[in-house]
Design a protein. Structure first.
Lengths: 77, 255
């Protein structure tokens, strides 16, 4: 059976930590980091990377266009 | 897991990246502002249609005044509310260009009401994008013409009272009645599905320009989390509960 796995890359310095992507993620992959970026915002990161299926919802709602999404089809045994 | 992640992050697996029409400047908007999403959608539509060198935008006065720093196309900056008048001039002088105005509710529905209505009534060949968040965000959250009844703003701290403050104005319904408009729609950007629908609407509005049959008007019901004194997630919920009953989403006119 094929399964989609995904990954996101967040531009940490552009992220303002608005947490709209956290809400938009259907598989609860994203969370805000404990650390802050250069401007003092808690940036978004992949807290639960196994669950990402690359649906791009987070990138759609990101106001600062700081999320890049990758998706790959893998064959599961 | 880390190796698997690196394995996925390859150019052939890329499904979404920042539009090349957007510049590298960091937007000055508050975290979670709807302006950023709409800027991104316009950039994506321009990129997909391949009209980056043929598009002229008209920037408004308000929070989105610096939009010319964020989209790498030709821009003109209009006086407050006069973007449709400037857009009229550009589309008449350069009919080969795609012209759009980007305005907030203080710009389009307050000081620029006359310009908006007359440009739509004449059916000038341009796209008008209207960001409606029901408040003056830039100047400190004052009441706007589109502020809802009972909604609090810094100039109506006990909520808007129609007896003293007048009633909220539905600009989109007004321009839909005018013969010059060919596509009038109201959208929002609070969820990923809504963002996709809004992108389709903006794309359709730009495509309509090719037919030269009139003005396309896209309202985006938006949040102003700083002005509303809420966090971005709560303001989206508040917008769904309070703004959508008064400003229902959907196409109002499509000819």
């Amino acid at each position: 059976m094929a399964k989609m796995i995904g990954a996101i890359e967040v531009d940490i310095e552009t992220c303002k930590g608005c947490s709209l992507c956290v809400e938009a993620c259907p598989t609860n992959v994203i969370a805000l980091a404990e650390e802050v970026n250069g401007k003092g915002y808690n940036y978004a990161y992949m807290a639960n990377p196994e669950a990402c299926n690359g649906c791009t919802n987070c990138a759609q709602v990101c106001p600062d266009s700081c999320i890049t999404v990758y998706r790959k089809k893998v064959e599961m045994a | 897991m880390a190796e698997l992640l690196e394995d996925i992050k390859k150019p052939e697996n890329l499904v979404h990246k920042k539009s090349s029409v957007l510049t590298d400047n960091v937007m000055h908007y508050c975290p979670g502002c709807s302006h950023g999403v709409v800027h991104k959608l316009i950039a994506e539509v321009i990129e997909e249609m391949g009209i980056q060198d043929k598009t002229v935008g008209v920037a408004p006065v308000g929070c989105s005044v610096f939009i010319y720093n964020y989209l790498d196309i030709d821009w003109q900056e209009a006086a407050h509310g006069r973007a449709p008048a400037l857009g009229t001039a550009i589309s008449r002088l350069r009919p080969d260009r795609f012209v759009f105005t980007y305005q907030g509710d203080g710009d389009l529905a307050a000081i620029g009401t006359a310009e908006t209505i007359h440009a739509c009534n004449r059916g000038e060949n341009m796209v008008m994008i209207f960001i409606n968040n029901g408040i003056y965000g830039m100047t400190g959250g004052q009441m706007a013409p589109t502020t809802l009844e009972g909604m609090k703003a810094s100039t109506c701290p006990f909520g808007r009272d129609p007896k003293t403050d007048g009633n909220p104005l539905k600009m989109t319904e007004i321009v839909a009645q005018l013969p010059g408009t060919n596509f009038v729609t109201r959208q929002a950007v609070h969820t990923a599905a809504a963002v996709r629908r809004t992108k389709k609407a903006i794309r359709k509005a730009f495509e309509k320009q090719k037919e030269k049959t009139g003005t396309s008007f896209v309202e985006v019901v938006s949040t102003c989390n700083s002005g509303w004194k809420m966090n971005p997630v709560d303001s989206n919920k508040w917008m769904e509960e309070n703004m959508f009953p008064f400003y229902p989403l959907g196409d109002i006119k499509d000819v």
